[in-house]
Design a protein around this ligand. Sequence first.
Ligand SMILES: [Zn+2]
Length: 155
Amino acid sequence: MIAENDFSVVKNVFSSYLEENGLRRTPERFAILEQIYDSKEHFDVDSLYVKMKNENFRVSRATVYNTIEVLLDCNLIRKHQFGDDKAHYEKSFFYRQHDHIILTDTQEVVEFCDPRIEAIKKTIEEVFNITVDSHSLYFYGTRNTETKENQSAKS
Ligand SMILES: [Zn+2]
């Protein structure tokens, strides 16, 4: 069993992928990977670039964008569209499948995991005789401000 925080495993996956695809294994690419795996947050590419710049990493915006594409191709990150026009990303290796609720008034993103979604996936695979490689499911909503007591007091 692999330790959840064993970054060297992730690094090896990336390193092999770069080699197999004839891409250069530059320190910048590994620094970007490490930055992503150090954080628990969802992020967009520009914020990642700004964060790295503020921490004095010498990477160009083009390198960050390019590396994000490579990381998507080798499944080390997942891409999300949370409702605004910017794409958001998060690390995916070691991290359980989960889905997202987007609060459209605050832009807050809430993660949840429900085993019934896995059950739906299995049913679909059997019924249609296919293999599901991935899925995307987003619930959009707003938080209820009134408590249950308030609502029953009104009625
Ligand atoms: Zn997430």
